[in-house]
Design a protein around this ligand. Structure first.
Ligand code: MRU
Length: 354
């Protein structure tokens, strides 16, 4: 399985997703500013992956901090955290990762700067390892919704490349295959940046998973023709009432699925659930440079010079269109999500079965 991000000899190596599928090459980040740039420019993207990148960026910032005292060290880490938080606004995973790294600093109030550098690196590496394990659990809980012969539509890339490995939306697919089920994946191309065409098809083909690429505007016709059995997508931020932010176009797919009475599943690690927000209306939606829309892969201009562009990177799918949220702790009805925030929750009481 492809490695999205890794720590290697004091640098963070990021698989350059802007170059895929043409070239498999890693960008070496030796200072945290390199990681911030990679997140902003989509060299690494996908909610869990940018959360991991943020944690590794903080570990790098700690190595860069040339100070002995704890106060100066915390200040330097704080500056790095602010830059990482400002890199992309919609995925909650960056905030989640930064809070986890900050909590580690607070728990170790008496540790020396040198000790903290080791602890922060170990935490970042732990977040990467855990992410892969969490995705396997999502696969375990999600595969029950996939039957032998299922044809599955997915949007954007919520696969191994969007995570530490194994993927979230792809996890139930991988698990279903491991259980001997035959599946076929339809990947929306996902304009404007084409994560579906460039990334999802590439990683599924690398892993021998049958996949067909379709234009975003084909999904409805395929559903009407009876060629899709279910949809599985990822999420950048799912909130307490079950509203789901994901790549622009996800909402369209969800409405189409509802009209055609097809199940619409969202694979969401708990790190993508923002229990502080009560509704999707409050999720900040990133607007990106119009050049992503007027140009294809930054190379070929397809619109007139000077045309006005609105480039919303994400949309919010209301909970009523979501059949279930598949997490590492089980699959749940969106309406039950807010009950899962309680520290003593018994997940078994809320899990839904196929
Ligand atoms: O702009 P991107 O490529 O970062 O958007 C990614 C998505 O929308 C993914 O579906 C989402 O982050 C879930 S990844 C497991």
């Amino acid at each position: 399985m492809v490695e999205t991000i890794r720590w290697s000899d004091g640098v963070v190596e990021i698989l350059d997703q802007a170059m895929l599928p043409h070239e498999v090459k890693y960008i070496r980040c030796s200072v945290y500013g390199d990681v911030v740039r990679c997140i902003k420019e989509l060299n690494i993207r996908g909610a869990p992956a940018i959360g991991i990148a943020a944690a590794m960026g903080i570990a790098l910032a700690s190595m860069e901090a040339d100070v002995k005292g704890r106060e100066g060290f915390d200040r330097k880490i704080g500056i790095a955290i602010d830059a990482l938080l400002a890199s992309r606004p919609t995925a909650v995973n960056i905030r989640w990762a930064c809070e986890r790294m900050k909590a580690l600093l607070q728990r170790n109030a008496d540790s020396s700067v040198e000790e903290l550098k080791g602890l922060l690196l170990a935490e970042a590496q732990g977040i990467l390892r855990e992410d892969i394990e969490i995705n396997r659990q999502i696969g375990f809980w999600g595969a029950q919704f996939i039957k032998d012969g299922s044809r599955i539509l997915t949007h954007c890339n919520a696969g191994a490349l969007a995570t530490g490995g194994y993927g979230t939306a792809t996890a139930p697919m991988r698990q279903a295959i491991a259980e001997g089920k035959r599946i076929h994946v339809y990947a929306d191309e996902t304009r404007p940046v084409l994560q579906g065409a460039r990334l999802t098809t590439w990683e599924l083909m690398e892993d021998g998973i049958p996949v067909t690429l379709i234009c975003d505007n084909s999904a409805g016709a395929l559903m009407k023709a009876g060629e899709i059995d279910l949809c599985i997508v990822g999420t950048d931020r799912t909130v307490r009432n079950g509203d789901v932010a994901n790549k622009i176009g996800t909402y369209t797919v969800a409405v189409l699925a509802s009209v055609h009475a097809l199940p619409f599943y969202v694979a969401a690690p708990f790190s993508s659930i923002d229990f502080t927000l009560s509704s999707g209306d409050y999720i900040p939606i990133e607007e990106r440079n119009g050049a992503e829309v007027t140009n294809v892969t930054g190379k070929c201009q397809i619109a007139p010079n000077g045309v006005k562009v609105k480039n919303m990177a994400f949309d919010v799918t209301p909970a009523k269109y979501v059949t279930a949220i598949i997490t590492e702790n089980g699959a749940f009805k969106p309406a039950d999500l807010e009950k899962l925030a309680a520290w003593d929750v018994n997940f078994e009481n809320f899990r839904i079965k196929a």
